[in-house]
Every structure is written in structure tokens, then in C-alpha cells.
Design a protein around this ligand. Structure first.
Ligand code: SF4
Ligand code: SF4
Ligand code: FES
Length: 265
């Protein structure tokens, strides 16, 4: 029987334990945070930081910022907007891909374990390397493509057509913030990330195919007609379950597959 083991240098080792809460602190909480620095050549570690929640805001990102500012300035992570708009603070929190700025600490009992988005190369600590996934994004040409003469003012769209992008509830494909929580929770993407585009990119491909102003839908579908790019999706639905914005990449993928069938009929 085949036996699979992790390479030695990818095993996560125990890290340091830092109790940064003042004596007598009433709201102590421990965060176990993945640490990896490629420059040291050492294995990744899980550091434990105990802090007083009275010293930070209510969200997981607030705790991480407090740890970086006041406990260990070498901790690396991405964040920008702090309100679920930029998508940069995506990470795995207690086993689920989440935006740290939208995730309340109060929703987690016990110690909280934080690791980078799964199955991505790691630049440092909680920072995944997004080079490949952005190259895949570029491959779908995520911009309006037209052949016809541009009108004197903007290209108009009916409210119904705009709704296909925005969704009745604001959760249409144009609301995607490219956080990649979905792609990094998709087993098919874990195993075939080189060739399968994954749910985030396919949802964005659908966003342009469904745009009534775009004139390259046929060409876009031709690009996706491939055994790997689109058809490695096996409708496992992890993507939709993990989207912190409540979008439905699995449905977007199903819509593309439906168009593929219809145009062959
Ligand atoms: S439906 Fe499943 S296989 Fe398809 S993209 Fe989503 S998680 Fe991946
Ligand atoms: S579909 Fe949702 S989870 Fe996926 S990249 Fe867009 S916002 Fe993030
Ligand atoms: S910091 Fe922008 S989405 Fe969390």
C-alpha cells in the first residue's frame, strides 16, 4: 500500500508561548498562529499568544493587529480595509476560510487557531503567495471587450441586465472581492491548481460572460472549453459554503456549464 508522509520541512512544530496579558486580566484568550519564515530555513511553527481581549477590538483581525503592534512585530499578515471590502485578510480560522476583519472573536470558544489559506505557497506567516491565482485571473481577461463602435456616452444596461451582475440581494458575481476563500476550500483546486481555474476565477469569468455590454461571450466560452479549466469542478459546493460575502460560485460555474451545453445543442 502506498504511504504518504509530509516532507520533513513542512511539518508544523510547536513554537513559542507568550503570555502578554497583564496580571489579573479577566478576559484572557490564546491565539495559536502559524509562523513561517523562508529565510530561516526552519520548519513552520505554531506560536501561542495569550492576550487580554480588553486591549483589542472585537474581531479576529483586531487581535492580530494588537499582537503585531504590542507583542511581536515580526508577525506578517495582509489587511487593508478592515470592513470586508478588500479581501486581503482572508485566512483559515479554526478550520474555516474567513475574513479576519469580519470574524468576531466571541464566535470562537477556547483557543483560536489561525493558519494561512490552505494549499497556497506561503510568503511568510499568514501571507499566501497569490502570484498563480492572479495569473489565472488575468487569463480570463477580466475587462469589458467590445467590437462595436463606442457610443458617444457610456454603454447602457437595463436594470434587469445589471441585476444579473449585482444580484437582487447584492450578492451577484460583481460583488466578489477576490479573497480566494472559495478556491482554497475547493478540493479540486487543491489537487489541480495548475490547470483548474477554481471557483473564484470561474465566478469572475461568469461575471463577464453574463455582462450584457460585453461582446466576447463566445470567445470567453471557447477559452474555458477545456477538460481542466472548467470541468474539474465536481459540484462539491465547498466554495459556496466558504464565501464570506455570501456569493455562490458553484451556481456561477453551473451557469457556464449550462451555456456550454446550450451552444452545442
Ligand atoms: S462546486 Fe466544488 S468542485 Fe466546484 S468549484 Fe466549488 S468547491 Fe470546487
Ligand atoms: S466568490 Fe466569495 S470567497 Fe470566492 S473570491 Fe469571491 S468573495 Fe471571496
Ligand atoms: S481587511 Fe479588507 S477584507 Fe478584511
Amino acid at each position: 500500500m502506498a504511504e504518504f508522509t509530509l516532507p520533513k520541512n513542512s511539518k508544523i512544530m510547536p513554537g513559542k508561548k507568550v503570555d502578554a496579558a497583564e496580571k489579573g486580566a479577566k478576559r484572557k484568550k490564546t491565539f495559536k498562529i502559524y509562523r513561517y519564515d523562508p529565510d530561516t530555513g526552519e520548519n513552520p511553527k505554531l506560536d501561542e499568544f495569550t492576550i487580554d481581549l480588553d486591549n483589542c477590538g472585537p474581531m479576529i483581525l483586531d487581535a492580530i493587529i494588537h499582537i503585531k503592534n504590542d507583542v511581536d512585530s515580526t508577525l506578517a499578515f495582509r489587511r487593508s480595509c478592515r470592513e470586508g471590502i478588500c479581501g486581503s485578510c482572508a485566512m483559515n480560522i479554526d478550520g474555516r476560510n474567513r475574513l479576519a476583519c469580519l470574524e468576531p472573536i466571541a464566535g470562537h470558544s477556547g483557543d483560536i487557531k489561525i493558519t494561512p489559506l490552505p494549499h497556497m505557497p506561503v510568503v511568510k506567516d499568514l501571507v499566501p503567495d497569490l502570484t498563480h491565482v492572479y495569473a489565472q485571473y488575468n487569463s480570463i481577461e477580466p475587462w469589458l471587450k467590445t467590437d462595436t463602435q463606442a457610443p458617444s456616452r457610456e454603454r447602457l444596461q437595463s436594470p434587469e441586465d445589471a441585476n444579473k451582475l449585482n444580484g437582487d440581494d447584492g450578492r451577484g458575481p460583481s460583488a466578489c472581492i477576490l479573497c480566494f476563500c472559495c478556491s482554497t476550500s475547493c478540493p479540486s483546486y487543491w489537487w489541480n491548481a495548475e490547470k483548474f481555474l477554481g471557483p473564484a476565477i470561474l465566478l469572475n469569468a461568469w461575471r463577464w460572460i453574463a455582462d450584457s455590454r460585453d461582446e466576447a461571450a463566445g470567445e470567453r466560452l471557447d477559452q474555458l472549453e477545456d477538460p481542466f479549466k472548467l470541468y474539474r469542478c465536481h459540484t462539491i459546493m465547498n466554495c459556496t459554503e466558504s464565501c464570506p460575502k455570501g456569493l455562490n460560485p458553484a451556481k456561477a460555474i453551473a451557469e457556464i456549464k449550462k451555456l456550454m451545453v446550450e451552444r452545442k445543442a
